[in-house]
Design a protein around this ligand. Structure first.
Ligand SMILES: [Fe+2]
Ligand SMILES: [Fe+2]
Length: 327
């Protein structure tokens, strides 16, 4: 019996296939694609991979910050952080439900995560060493997520686009809370300011890597753009993030660890240094500081939760039997 929790779209039959030409005509009309619409198989597979990877990132992303819930410096900070981490679980749920509208089962997606066949964002393989890291993650990591996700609100696949509208509203709150943590620390004692600066020093470059490899080295981007899944290139989004973040760093009184950052009047953008993508590829391969911990923790949590899934399935079966008995 398939898992029945969480998907109120009904059990979707797999959408029929559509030729690339017919699909291009539909998209040219700025049409939205809905779950039972015909679509090319490549489009469906690309979306499943992207939405699953996005969902996995949301739930793995709960770990680095969850690490600080029991050590938050005040009750207020603890309550805010708990709400934030809970939001990320909710983002995972919307996204697994969106992936299921494409005819896959979330149990299979989780299995692919647990066996390393599907990935999650590499940023969550970095450790959270101090309280200031919670601020840096909110400000920089959620900030980069917003820049990546706002264009997805207009993505051609309806359920993904609609999930993004709500996710982006919550991400804005996450970004503001991170900024506020860092602002408080950077206006506190010299030790607090140093802690904030250290967190920003460690999280800045990995945040820039969140936009993926440079455009010349991003083989699937052109196809995703043609399909209306992706609206801007990796490098354009990275530039947008830098332009948004540099003035905020000035307000915080913190320095971004890149001596090459300067305003370029001619381009109308900030110039910045070269990102070390060899580090990104190493982390993707599994060699980041926390890859093994993150996966071990996730698999253990999944196994510990087996009884909840079994109970949900048993309850659903009972409901079905009851409805059938009444009919
Ligand atoms: Fe999120
Ligand atoms: Fe977030």
């Amino acid at each position: 019996m398939p898992h029945v929790y969480g998907n109120d779209f009904g059990a979707p039959e797999r959408a029929p296939e559509l030729t690339d030409e017919a699909f291009a005509a539909l998209l040219a009309d700025d049409g939205r694609v809905e779950p039972r619409d015909p679509m090319p198989e490549g489009y469906r597979r690309t979306l499943v991979r992207q939405i699953a990877q996005h969902a996995h990132s949301e739930i793995i992303g709960m770990q680095p910050e969850g690490n600080w819930i029991s050590r938050a410096p005040s009750l207020r900070r603890k309550a805010i952080l708990m709400a934030k981490v809970q939001d990320e679980a909710g983002h995972g749920l919307y996204l697994y439900a969106a992936a299921e509208t494409l005819g896959v089962d979330r149990a299979d997606l989780l299995d692919q995560l647990h066996t390393g066949r599907q990935k999650y964002s590499s940023i969550f393989n970095y450790p959270t060493l101090s309280w200031a890291d919670v601020g840096a993650i909110g400000w920089l990591v959620d900030g980069a997520a917003i820049v990546n996700q706002v264009p997805l609100c207009r993505c051609s696949y309806g359920p993904y686009a609609r999930a993004m509208v709500r996710v982006c509203k919550e991400e804005s709150f996450h970004q503001r809370q991170g900024f506020e943590i860092l602002h408080t620390l950077s206006h506190g004692t010299p030790a607090q300011k140093a802690m904030a600066q250290d967190a920003v020093d460690r999280y800045w470059w990995p945040s820039l890597m969140m936009f993926g490899p440079p455009d010349d080295d991003s083989p699937n981007s052109a196809q995703s753009m043609a399909w209306g899944i992706k609206r801007f290139s990796n490098d354009d989004l990275r530039q947008r993030f830098v332009d948004m973040t540099v003035p905020q760093a000035e307000v915080l009184g913190l320095t971004l660890p890149d001596p090459e950052i300067r305003w370029n009047e001619e381009r109308g953008h900030y110039d910045f240094g070269t990102v070390d993508f060899t580090e990104l590829f190493e982390v993707i391969k599994g060699n980041g500081p926390c890859n093994r911990d993150r996966m071990a923790h996730r698999v253990a949590a999944h196994e510990d939760g087996a009884w909840v899934r079994e109970a949900a399935d048993a309850y659903a079966a009972k409901q079905v039997a009851r409805t059938e008995g009444a009919a």
